[in-house]
Design a protein around this ligand. Structure first.
Ligand code: FMN
Length: 379
């Protein structure tokens, strides 16, 4: 397909490689703010917080992370809340438009969308991604989610696919988007899930061959999808299980697809001047927890209820404080130490939430980053 020069000047070609995205910068251990766009963030609780899902706060959080030198902001893709007492995540911003706004408002940090692949056609998604990649000058990335929360899929009138089939759908979706970002001639698609005639998309994204990609699948099929396609796999595992997991997914990526993959964790950070105060805040989050909401999440996720009541309670507590992920709790020194332990275990980054994002993001940058710098984890 040809265009006159005045239409295409500077726009048709990719101008950066994806490995120039800030998430592949010089910092040995990458850090990102996670879930600031959904009510509760990573916390299902009535604990006191100034956190509100308003655009003013989104700007404040993203700009603090950007100025403070963090590597990424990653939203949660959510269409409905989890009920219970707080309707956790029920108030939320859509993540492509959110990313576009924050891309314009920031300078250095990577901005992600989190996209449920069944809810958006690849032609629309690829075009939105390209547009945000241009707005951000090549700082855009996509967290690819297959859609596991059935009430959400039902809002779209879609039947929920069986677990592994969701990844087959995701693969076809991504293959389609990759062609839109890279092929020079219009093409046809005749797949199991998509058909298209004369598909094409200009301009190219800034990043070649595509924006940075994340995926948080950790099931065997999820790991295979991640190993084949994405730059970063997000997990939450006990530290002692991390080395095996990282070794396995890196070998799959290398042996089956001749590529590399990074593995990051997600966690809740509660950093205070004293350990005692940090632990008090953590306990208050749990004491004022949304137990019904946590139970809903566990039911939807099919978390097998252990037979002992104490174990059920422990598991609910983990969802109340940190979405089932680990808590990094203590003084700035202790927080830095725990992040260093993740790095030693083989992880190369973490995304994390706070009780009060707008207040705690700049505090984290001021107090924890200098320690990580001193310890060689940050450039
Ligand atoms: C850090 C992280 C972020 C996630 N973000 C979302 C999200 O925003 N929206 C969503 O529907 N699922 C999200 N998920 C769920 C995953 O996309 C995925 O469905 C889940 O990890 C289970 O995949 P698996 O069954 O292949 O292991 C997230 C998971 C993790 C660990």
């Amino acid at each position: 397909m040809t265009y006159p020069a005045h239409v295409t000047d500077g726009l048709l070609g990719h101008t950066k490689r994806v490995d120039q995205n800030p998430v592949f910068g010089d910092n040995r251990f990458k850090l990102g703010v996670f879930a600031p766009n959904v009510s509760g963030g990573m916390i299902m609780s009535h604990a006191e917080t100034g956190f509100r899902v308003t655009w003013d706060q989104q700007l404040e959080i993203a700009r603090a992370a950007d100025r403070g030198g963090l590597d990424a902001v990653v939203p949660v893709g959510r269409w409905t809340g989890f009920g219970g007492d707080t309707n956790f995540n029920g108030v939320c911003f859509e993540t492509y438009t959110w990313a576009a706004g924050l891309a314009q408002a920031t300078e250095n940090i990577a901005i992600f969308t989190t996209t449920h692949l069944p809810t958006v056609h690849p032609i629309v998604a690829a075009k939105m991604a390209t547009t945000i990649d241009h707005i951000s000058g090549g700082r855009f990335g996509m967290n690819l989610v297959m859609g596991w929360f059935t009430p959400e899929m039902e809002m779209f009138g879609r039947a929920q696919l069986e677990h592994d089939r969701r990844y087959e759908f995701g693969q076809e979706w991504l293959d389609f988007a990759m062609r839109l970002w890279n092929e020079t001639e219009p093409f046809d698609v005749d797949g199991e899930f998509f058909t298209s005639h004369g598909a094409h998309g200009y301009p190219r994204p800034v990043q070649a061959p595509r924006p940075a990609l994340l995926n948080a699948g950790s099931s065997p099929r999820g790991q295979r999808f991640a190993a084949q396609n994405v730059d970063i796999n997000l997990i939450a595992l006990p530290t002692e299980q991390v080395p095996d997991y990282v070794g396995r997914i890196k070998s799959t990526a290398q042996d089956d697809h001749q590529r590399d993959i990074d593995v990051w964790t997600y966690c809740l950070v509660i950093c205070r001047e004293t350990e005692k105060e940090a632990r008090r805040v953590q306990q208050d989050i749990i004491d004022r927890g949304d137990w019904a909401g946590a139970k809903n999440v566990m039911d939807v996720l099919g978390v097998q209820s252990p037979s002992f009541a104490t174990q059920i309670t422990e598991m609910q507590e983990r969802f109340i404080a940190g979405w089932g992920g680990p808590n990094v709790v203590g003084t700035p020194e202790q927080v830095a130490e725990q992040l260093a332990e993740y790095e030693e275990a083989g992880l190369t980054g973490a995304v994390f939430g706070f009780l009060d994002y707008a207040r705690e993001t700049p505090e984290f940058c001021d107090e924890v980053l200098p320690i990580l710098q001193k310890n060689g984890l940050r450039a």
